[in-house]
Design a protein. Structure first.
Length: 206
């Protein structure tokens, strides 16, 4: 069993786009509040401005075995490298007037351990009740008796999804792909193509 969540193995299976996120671009966020790792309640629909929400299955912990078969599940491995990518590019996101949150189905106590250990300069949101799954039809998977979110990333403008990154692979490059899209799509400008942005983004169509 692999107990080290970082670095990523070279032979991870690549997730394919199963269409489970195609409906999200252009969708308004629901009126629901989630608890952040600083104890605050965040109402997703009322969070103004531009921000990134990266949704991930679960972070591993040093010395704790990952679920059996974890590395064989396409897209499961890589939550720690993904979070560290957004940490390392946090100043660039701020320069683009873009906030960032991570979200998973773990409780806030579990998430605080990851936030503190990884020195994340942003908060993680707990959705242990999978409320966003119901409200936005987010894709999930089951392993070791747990239902977890599949990895995807949303860019949100004033409570509405502007673009979706799904599937996200490799996860350690997600922050770079998001930054490329943000630079190609300043607020108030029409969205550029995904190819021009350098990532697998899906934008709303008129």
């Amino acid at each position: 069993m692999n107990t080290n969540p970082f670095p990523l193995p070279d032979n991870l299976p690549v997730p394919t786009d199963d269409g489970a996120a195609v409906h999200l671009a252009g969708s308004p966020l629901p009126e629901l509040s989630l608890t952040a790792t600083d104890g605050a309640l965040l109402n997703l629909a009322q969070r103004a401005g531009r921000w990134v929400l990266y949704v991930y299955p679960m972070t591993g912990r040093p010395g704790v075995a990952l679920p059996d078969g974890w590395d064989a599940i396409p897209g499961a491995r890589g939550c720690t490298p993904q979070s560290c990518g957004f940490r390392d590019h946090f100043a660039e996101l701020q320069a683009l007037h873009t906030g960032v949150y991570g979200l998973s189905a773990q409780d806030s106590e579990y998430q605080r351990e990851a936030r503190d250990r990884l020195h994340l300069p942003f908060e993680l949101l707990s959705d242990s009740g999978l409320r966003l799954k119901s409200a936005l039809r987010l894709p999930t998977f089951r392993v070791a008796g747990m239902e977890l979110y599949r990895r995807l990333t949303l860019v949100i403008d004033d409570g509405r999804v502007s673009t979706v990154f799904y599937p996200v692979f490799p996860p350690d490059r997600n922050a770079d792909d998001v930054l490329a899209w943000l630079r190609a799509n300043p607020r108030g400008a029409p969205p550029a193509s995904a190819a021009a942005a350098g990532g697998s983004a899906r934008t709303p169509t008129s």
